[in-house]
Structures are given as structure tokens and as C-alpha cells.
Design a protein around this ligand. Structure first.
Ligand code: 2HA
Ligand code: ZN
Length: 280
């Protein structure tokens, strides 16, 4: 049996957590990550061992029955993930229709999964329904995106359009845009359900005055999504108080759609014909 600490999926997971910490997105115990393990990743590491212990989840998620996740622990610091994965991270398998999580590895100091487990698991359930290759949910507290939720309209179309205008690659990286939840109490099934609902139409969900959720097929994709949106928010905050002389127009975004083969979220850009009329 191989040592799970050598597993590529675990190394990548804690490396990304460390990168997030170094970006300043995960102060103290802020943030959490979960990644669906698609089955055979674990085969080399724990042939047929039973669960270490069983932990109630407080919700039900029948579509996740039997699915296994690598997940960060409650109260754990991203700063410490790389040095000590075994106590900061766990591998859990959902059972009893999602009502219980069986610990297969990790949380070696007696810990448990993140307090945001409902938002993570419900988001996984929502994204798997849309994209069979979906794997990763990531939550963090990026400074500029968070700051933006204090000064910008929280209307999803307006919020998305502002981010798209802040850098040419934004509409290409997140053509589905950014959904926004108003401030809600974190760690609850209610915010979990609301986040999952928002995840049905976008891979980025901002929690106003708190942070952001990202979903993706890989750790890199998910990290890159948040990184791109966060950089756009930074440019917004650097320019919002200055007189704007020019921006990226909707006509230019339509050019980007064609060049990169993406479709901006329906109704978020002015129709192309309207742009042509404006130019006449
Ligand atoms: O404690 O980020 O939302 C981790 C969090 C809660
Ligand atoms: Zn948080």
C-alpha cells in the first residue's frame, strides 16, 4: 500500500491551499476547499479499509451518496496545510443519503470537515448536474472582491459587467458571469442551498461582505477563475474613483466571444445589432 501523503491529488490540493494563503485570500481559518475524488484515485492507498469514524452532516444529499471528497477541516489554517496535511485535511465518503460522512483518512487530531460543508456539498450536487466533469469547490476571502461588495451595486448583471470591463480576458474566463448572494449567515444549510442554486447558472458566487465561491473541473481551473475575478476587482477599486475615459465596449466583447469561442451570459451584453447602430 502506498503512502497517501505521496498522492498527487493530495499534494496539488495542499499546494493550492498554500497558494491561496500567500495570495492573502485565507487569513486565519478563512476559506475551505473540497474536491470530488472520482473513485480509483484512492485504490492504491487504502484497499478495503473501513471508516475511521462517522460524522453527521446535518443535511441530506442523495445524489452524493457513496461519493468521496478531499476536504479542508473546520477551524484549520490554510497557512498550515502544506506542512501538515494529515491533521488539516480529511477524506470523507458520504453515506445514508448524504446524512453522514465516513472519515477514511485525515483529521488526525480528531477534527472534522469545514463549517461550510453544506455549501460545498450542495454546490457539488448542483454542478455535477450541469457538468459531469465537475470536481472542485473553493471558498475564500479575496480582498478586492470583498471590498467591491461594499461599494458596488450587488445586481448580478451589473456586478458581472463591471468585472468583465476591467480586463480583456474576463469575459473569456468567466462568460457565465458572477452570481451574488446578499449577506447571509455563513455555515448554515440555508446559505448552502442558496449558493447551490446560484451555482446552477455561474461557477462564481460572491457572498456579499464575506467572500467568494468558485467551482471547476480542476483545482487550477477553480483557482484561476477566482484569481481572474479578484484581479478585475482590484482594477475596479484602483479606477472607480477616477474619471473613466474609456472601457471595453460590448461590441469588443462580442469580438472576444467570436475569437475565443465563448458565449457571454444571455442578456448581459447589448445585442450586436444595437452596437452597430451606435457606431453609425
Ligand atoms: O471558517 O471561511 O466561511 C471558514 C470560512 C467560513
Ligand atoms: Zn468564509
Amino acid at each position: 500500500m502506498s503512502n497517501i501523503l505521496d498522492a498527487r491529488f493530495l499534494k496539488e490540493f495542499v499546494q493550492i491551499a498554500d497558494e491561496m494563503y500567500r495570495h492573502g485570500w485565507d487569513e486565519r481559518n478563512g476559506g475551505n476547499i473540497s474536491m470530488l475524488l472520482d473513485g480509483n484515485e484512492l485504490d492504491a492507498f487504502r484497499p478495503d479499509q473501513g471508516p475511521i469514524r462517522r460524522m453527521p452532516t446535518g443535511f441530506s444529499a442523495p445524489v452524493l451518496e457513496g461519493k468521496t471528497f478531499l476536504v479542508t477541516g473546520t477551524g484549520k489554517y490554510f497557512k498550515n496545510m502544506l506542512d501538515d496535511p494529515e491533521s488539516n485535511v480529511g477524506i470523507v465518503r458520504l453515506s445514508d443519503g448524504g446524512r453522514n460522512a465516513e472519515l477514511l483518512w485525515g483529521f488526525s487530531d480528531g477534527g472534522s470537515f469545514t463549517s461550510e460543508f453544506p455549501a460545498h456539498m450542495m454546490s457539488h450536487a448542483a454542478r455535477i448536474g450541469i457538468d459531469p466533469l465537475h470536481r472542485v469547490v473553493m471558498h475564500c476571502h479575496p480582498t478586492n472582491l470583498l471590498a467591491m461588495t461594499y461599494v458596488h451595486d450587488l445586481d448580478e448583471r451589473l456586478f458581472t459587467r463591471t468585472l468583465w470591463q476591467m480586463s480583456t480576458e474576463c469575459v473569456v474566463v468567466f462568460p457565465d458571469g458572477v452570481n451574488v448572494l446578499p449577506w447571509m449567515l455563513c455555515g448554515t444549510n440555508e446559505i448552502g442551498q442558496a449558493t447551490a442554486e446560484k451555482m446552477k447558472t455561474a461557477r462564481l458566487v460572491v457572498w456579499a461582505q464575506h467572500g467568494i465561491y468558485g467551482a471547476g473541473r480542476t483545482l487550477d481551473e477553480c483557482f484561476g477563475l477566482i484569481e481572474t475575478a479578484e484581479k478585475a476587482a482590484e482594477i475596479y477599486l484602483k479606477t472607480a474613483h477616477l474619471p473613466i475615459r474609456q472601457t471595453i465596449t460590448d461590441a469588443q466583447m462580442h469580438q472576444l466571444e467570436k475569437r475565443f469561442g465563448v458565449r457571454a451570459r444571455s442578456g448581459y451584453l447589448a445585442p450586436e445589432k444595437a452596437d452597430f447602430r451606435k457606431k453609425d
